[in-house]
Design a protein around this ligand. Structure first.
Ligand code: FAD
Ligand code: FES
Length: 487
């Protein structure tokens, strides 16, 4: 790839096989440098969070980017390549699924205004669907950047406007009826309608359940409601920001990704942070003890104090007592002890569930025409060969996108390789694949200098790869897994 400028705009000239393409150099998600990404066939992948763009059309084929990148006409004359005028984005005039010979549903209802819900609504309109489209969300804000709640937003580096996945006018322009602050209380699948807590009902021909997950609640003896915080919603994040403004010391219960990201953000604000967790190393269950040790060292170097192998005995009134008897003075507590999928609606409607809503490879539930996507869905992952449920932003958005296409009759399998990232201070961990159990870990590079790839293997086969400062290697591992080439 060659990085340059066309008419003052950053562009990359890409060769793929015999063809050359000129496209914008910045990812439309968080402006990742696409010149440092990976070309796979006629797609260009972003090194930061693995968005995938078509080199032919500029379209953001896969989330987390939603908007296309610019592209220019390329002409090859002899041995020279000329980048000519900018090309318009080829919008879709027609409903593509009419080409598939399917009748499309007259109305689609999406329950959930998170990653999967927005990914689906966006894709339905992108595909030219012009039927009635309603998105019902219990949230008080239009779809927002949930991963940022524990990162830049908590530190104060991301104003509210940056948190929107789409501008407010998008919903009107795209004729998406966005119903906020509204909770669906029941599904009536035989009569094809959803019932809201406020008594309203919405009929549907196709339904997507994208209700995500909710934070696991924990009772702490002696704690008042105002001392305990969870972090799932924008409202939760705002409440923590408000408290943090005058706090000196905070306890984070749980050494999960979210708990540790909160710890990092609060440390960046200069607040004393104690992390309390029963395990012996943070993130051990997901990433193993080696990465756990490194992450712990990183946080300790920033002043976080860990109380591992401990739980909270009680709080009285601001003195927190640990199970081992030690005491800490805290202004408030953030509980990051995991989430559970929001299954109630599906269970009440007698959809097949198994620690998640069970869906097939097309993300369709046990009821025809009813789809599920995101944190709530358990799907057959062709890469691990297991039926899995994950809590990854990019997976949720991509599942929403694929569910949308299947609502329109495409019969597209969801076969994306799972991917997530996590940010701790200036260290980003990228993870591709899925390994719930492994029998060996191989480390290429050096964990302590934070430049490495960690391979999680079972019976000699790499199931997942975690990387630090090796974004290209992460993309390469993803592409190899997609192509079923041993990593
Ligand atoms: C603080 C934080 C940081 C994170 N950081 C990362 C990260 O760095 N990388 C990563 O890969 N993942 C991260 N995640 C996980 C990621 O955000 C989730 O995997 C993703 O949001 C799941 O998307 P979803 O659409 O399935 O659910 P959600 O985004 O949770 O959306 C669910 C939606 O459903 C609505 N809803 C639920 N029940 C009802 C109902 N009955 N009626 C109406 N609406 C309902 C909710 O209000 C919400 O709008 C993070 C999560 C959190 C909380
Ligand atoms: S910046 Fe490109 S995927 Fe996030």
């Amino acid at each position: 790839m060659v990085l340059g400028q066309v008419d003052g705009e950053d562009a990359v000239l890409v060769r793929s096989g015999d063809e050359c393409f000129a496209v914008g150099a910045n990812c439309t998600h968080y402006h990742g440098a696409l010149s440092q990404g990976l070309v796979v066939g006629d797609t260009l992948r972003c090194p930061l969070h693995h968005a995938c763009f078509s080199l032919r059309t500029g379209e953001a084929l896969r989330a987390p980017a939603l908007d296309p990148i610019p592209r220019w006409r390329v002409e090859i004359v002899g041995e020279k390549v000329f980048v000519r005028e900018r090309l318009a984005y080829p919008g879709r005039e027609h409903l593509v699924s009419s080409a598939v010979g399917q009748s499309v549903p007259a109305s689609v209802v999406i329950i959930g205004g998170g990653a999967a819900g927005l990914g689906a609504a966006d894709m339905l309109r992108r595909q030219g669907y012009d039927g009635s489209l309603t998105m019902i969300s219990a949230d008080d804000w239009p779809p927002y950047d949930r991963p940022n709640l524990s990162k830049d937003f908590l530190v104060g580096n991301a104003p509210d406007e940056w948190m929107r996945l789409r501008l407010p006018e998008f919903y009107g322009e795209q004729k998406i009826d966005l119903v906020l602050n509204s909770r669906v209380s029941a599904l009536d699948i035989p009569r094809k309608r959803v019932l809201l807590e406020n008594g309203q009902t919405y009929g549907f021909e196709a339904l997507l359940i994208a209700t995500g997950a909710e934070a696991v609640r924990l009772k702490i003896e002696g704690a008042t409601d105002s001392q305990i915080h969870y972090l799932r919603t924008f409202a939760d994040a705002r409440a923590i920001v408000a408290k943090a403004a005058s706090a000196k010391s905070v306890a984070v219960v749980g050494a999960s990704f979210i708990g540790l990201e909160v710890a990092a953000s609060l440390r960046t604000l200069g607040i004393a942070v104690n992390v309390i967790a029963p395990e012996s190393q943070p993130l051990e269950r997901v990433m193993g003890p080696e990465v756990g040790r490194m992450v712990r060292g990183l946080h300790e170097a920033h002043g976080v104090v860990f109380h591992l192998g401990e739980t909270v005995r009680n709080i009285n009134p601001t003195t927190l007592t640990l199970s081992g008897g030690a005491t800490l003075e805290v202004d408030f507590v953030v509980l990051g002890v995991g989430v559970r999928p929001s299954l109630t609606l599906a269970e009440q409607a007698a959809l097949a569930t198994d620690r998640g809503i069970v869906v097939n490879e097309y993300l369709e539930t046990s009821a025809p025409g009813v789809f599920a996507a995101g944190d709530v869905a358990r799907w057959p992952d062709p890469h691990s060969g297991e039926i899995i449920r994950v809590e990854h932003w990019v997976v949720a958005e991509r599942q929403g996108q694929v569910a949308a296409k299947n609502i329109l009759g495409y019969r597209e399998r969801f076969d994306a390789v799972p991917f997530f990232w996590s940010q701790h201070y200036d260290v980003a961990i990228n993870y591709v694949g899925h390994a719930e159990r492994w029998d060996s870990v191989e480390i290429d590079g050096d964990l302590n200098s934070r430049n490495c790839a960690v391979f999680y293997k079972r019976a000699g086969r790499t199931l997942a790869v975690a990387t630090i400062s090796r974004d290209l290697q992460s993309l390469q591992a993803e592409a190899a897994m997609e192509a079923r080439i041993p990593v």
